[in-house]
Write a protein that binds this ligand. Structure first.
Ligand SMILES: *[C@@H]1O[C@H](CO)[C@@H](O)[C@H](O)[C@H]1NC(C)=O
Ligand SMILES: *[C@@H]1O[C@H](CO)[C@@H](O)[C@H](O)[C@H]1NC(C)=O
Ligand SMILES: *[C@@H]1O[C@H](CO)[C@@H](O)[C@H](O)[C@H]1NC(C)=O
Length: 380
């Protein structure tokens, strides 16, 4: 392996191998004293995150991400959707300014554009979905015109209340009746345009809204009574929720659509169940679970997810509950609230490209080598 491969491996080989799946983090910026973007990028790198999801296309954040190799999902906020929906020109301007420029002049590894965002506790309605769908189409047209459709994928982050189960089991999963037609139009469009669907899954809210929810089922320690869904066994809420979506897609003929988990996490304050012990238990359990590579009963394999969230946002609206300001793994000043082992996970992820089985001893060392470089790990 010569110098050429060494240096290329840092950016392109690793991003090729590692982009396929992995752990990212949401980077929200509603802080009273935001950390300098360069410090946030350092935080991401130091902690082994290779993907980041933004809620907008903040210029300084993107500039700081330049040349980092970190895969970026930029977002179009909901309040910009109407203009994008009504005008391809607006979408083209957005893509030119907020995607193309950053890729070509700042070397930002932008890989996804999220069209709108449905946050926890907000419910979808048909009119918002219609606007989202129109905006999605215009953004895709703009990406094609900019010559970026091969590298930048569109996605729509949705809340997990867009689907439900008639039986209470994952196998009863389907899109909610009142938004079903709109959802199918979006999903079909995503499949034909190599997009992905992003879903926000939030076990904490299940517990918050229903005090009788079996608490052990939100964690990953297999201490809850499992659910038997026609022979498929569910030990935790995440798998059951994710597979309800898988069933909804399968049932409507879109079983091939890739899913990414746009937001998942646990807050550390603002509710009796929002504490450091539970947050660490949930997040570490989740990481270990998905990076084991077994996937869910319905979709074995690697799961893509963005932890929610990297840093606390002390200026967020607390209308949904005061826990809203405490989702961070890190405090506003960048100090860690608890230790989360993402790095070990990272290495595992890197050896798990689709063509490589976890136990494939021959592939593992060389892939691990290339991936290790980017996080500064020395390999002798
Ligand atoms: C680019 O993104 C920023 C941040 O989200 C936004 O304020 C701005 O309006 C966008 N630019 C265009 C041309 O749409
Ligand atoms: C649907 O959602 C949009 C955006 O959140 C909101 O402005 C509108 O009032 C909602 N409509 C209904 C009927 O709830
Ligand atoms: C799960 O349910 C199936 C029938 O749906 C049954 O055949 C199987 O024995 C059950 N498994 C367990 C562990 O209860």
């Amino acid at each position: 392996m010569g110098w050429f491969l060494f240096s290329v491996g840092l950016v392109s080989l690793c991003s090729m191998v590692c982009t396929v799946s992995g752990i990212g983090a949401n980077w929200g910026t509603q802080c009273s004293h935001p950390l300098p973007p360069d410090s946030v990028v350092k935080l991401l790198k130091d902690n082994g995150f290779r993907r980041v999801k933004l809620f907008d296309a903040d210029y300084d954040a993107l500039r700081a991400l330049g040349k980092s190799g970190i895969e970026v999902m930029v977002g179009i906020p909901n309040d910009m959707l109407p203009s994008m929906a009504s005008s391809v020109k607006a979408a083209e301007k957005w893509v030119a300014k907020n995607v193309s420029t950053h890729i070509t002049t700042n070397y930002v590894n932008i890989r996804f554009v999220a069209v709108g965002n449905q946050h926890f506790l907000e419910t979808y309605n048909v009119s918002l979905l219609k606007t989202t769908f129109l905006a999605l189409q215009n953004v895709q047209i703009a990406l094609i015109k900019a010559g970026l459709s091969g590298t930048v994928m569109v996605t729509v982050p949705l809340n997990d209340d867009m689907y439900e189960s008639s039986t209470g089991l994952p196998s009863g999963g389907d899109f909610r009746a009142d938004i079903r037609d709109q959802m199918l139009a979006i999903v079909k469009f995503l499949i034909y345009n190599n997009g992905v669907i992003a879903v926000n899954i939030n076990p904490f809210i299940s517990l918050y809204t229903d005090p009788n929810f079996p608490i052990e089922f939100v964690f990953f320690d297999k201490k809850a009574t499992p659910i038997n869904d026609s022979g498929k066994t569910y030990y935790n809420m995440f798998d059951a929720n994710y597979d309800t979506l898988v069933w909804a897609l399968d049932r409507n003929g879109f079983g091939n659509l890739p899913i990414t988990v746009g937001e998942i996490g646990w807050p550390t304050g603002g509710d009796q169940n929002a504490n450091i012990e539970y947050a660490k238990r949930f997040n570490q359990g989740f990481l270990t679970h998905i990076l084991g590579g077994n996937g869910t009963p319905m979709r074995p394999g690697m799961i893509d997810a963005y932890l929610y969230s990297l840093i606390d946002e002390d200026a967020k609206s607390i209308d949904p509950g005061s826990f809203e300001r405490h989702w961070g793994i890190f405090n506003c000043d960048g100090s860690a609230k608890y230790q989360l082992n993402v790095n070990f996970v990272d290495r595992k992820r890197c050896v798990t490209k689709p063509s490589t089985k976890l136990d494939d001893q021959q592939a593992a060392p060389s892939v691990g080598y290339d991936c290790g470089l980017a996080d500064g790990t020395s390999h002798g």
